[in-house]
Ligand binder design. Structure first.
Ligand code: NAP
Length: 244
């Protein structure tokens, strides 16, 4: 995206740490206006200091993605303050299939684990898309990047962390549905894609993961900055298409 990049406003959810922090930092370094979604006002104060220390021009905004009922008012308030959001990065997610963790069996899952995972990892991206994409279509420009995972690939789907896997498979389905709807007949340059960051050293990925958070952020940043000929409705890792 060459021209107009300065004028674009981005919202990255879950931006106070991990991959989201690096996506926000990377997009701010490209000259975009970046709003970093964080869970609470206390976290916003801390994140503001951390972005400043990292030399990143990112403005924290309070957006608890587990509370989708408040979204319409909250997004309205954010856009009134900062202007229309052109690029949405749905990054925030939880992985709570513990105590079994990676090995957790579908037979150990509780409704509560499924429900909480679904709210944060699926309902929130869907609600943000519903709140923001109609405006993008009306303004004829928009990008949505859904941070998914190879854990959500149906190809090769196997046992382990079932609530998380199902949530990421649903996020992939959401990506395809919205991409098709946004493209259909609107004539707008609106593109919705999903990506996997690879296995990344964060609180979620753990200390043994081979990738840095900055490396994990690269494909999401690439999709957020994609031009009018960029992909729509795809799933990517390392800027290459992945099987669903
Ligand atoms: P992380 O270190 O656990 O960070 C998750 C981020 O999401 C935090 O900023 C967290 O904020 C935020 N978040 C969670 N619930 C929230 C809520 N209700 N409201 C607002 N923010 C909330 O995870 P990560 O490794 O950076 O993962 C980022 C994305 O990449 C996720 O979508 C994840 O599924 C995906 N991913 C990661 C890996 C990996 O290896 N790390 C692999 C594949 C996919 P708090 O600090 O407030 O909790």
């Amino acid at each position: 995206m060459a021209d107009g990049v300065q004028a674009r406003l981005v919202l990255v959810t879950g931006a106070n740490r991990g991959i989201g922090f690096e996506i926000a930092r990377g997009l701010a370094a490209q000259g975009l206006g970046v709003l970093g979604g964080v869970r609470s006002s206390e976290k916003a104060v801390r994140a503001a200091k951390e972005f400043k220390a990292a030399g990143a021009n990112v403005t924290p905004v309070v957006l608890d993605v587990a509370n989708t009922t408040a979204f319409a008012a909250k997004i309205g308030e954010i856009e009134r303050l900062y202007g229309p959001i052109d690029i949405l990065v749905n990054n925030a997610a939880i992985l709570i299939d513990a105590p079994g963790g990676f090995e957790a069996s579908i037979f150990e899952m509780t409704d509560e684990i499924f429900r909480r995972t679904w709210e944060t990892n699926v309902l929130a991206p869907a609600a943000l898309i519903r709140a923001l994409v109609p405006g993008m279509i009306a303004r004829k420009f928009g990008r949505v990047v859904n941070m998914s995972s190879r854990a959500g690939q149906l190809e090769g789907m196997s046992a382990g962390f079932p609530a998380y896997r199902m949530s990421k498979a649903a996020l992939n389905a959401l990506t395809r549905i919205v991409a098709a709807e946004a493209a259909a007949g609107s004539g707008a340059d609106v593109k919705i894609n999903a990506c996997s960051p690879g296995w990344v050293r964060t609180d979620m990925g753990g200390a043994s993961a081979p990738r840095s958070p900055a490396r994990g952020a690269e494909t999401a940043i690439w999709l957020a900055l994609s031009g009018p000929d960029g992909p729509n409705g795809g799933f990517f890792e390392d800027k290459k298409a992945l099987a669903w």
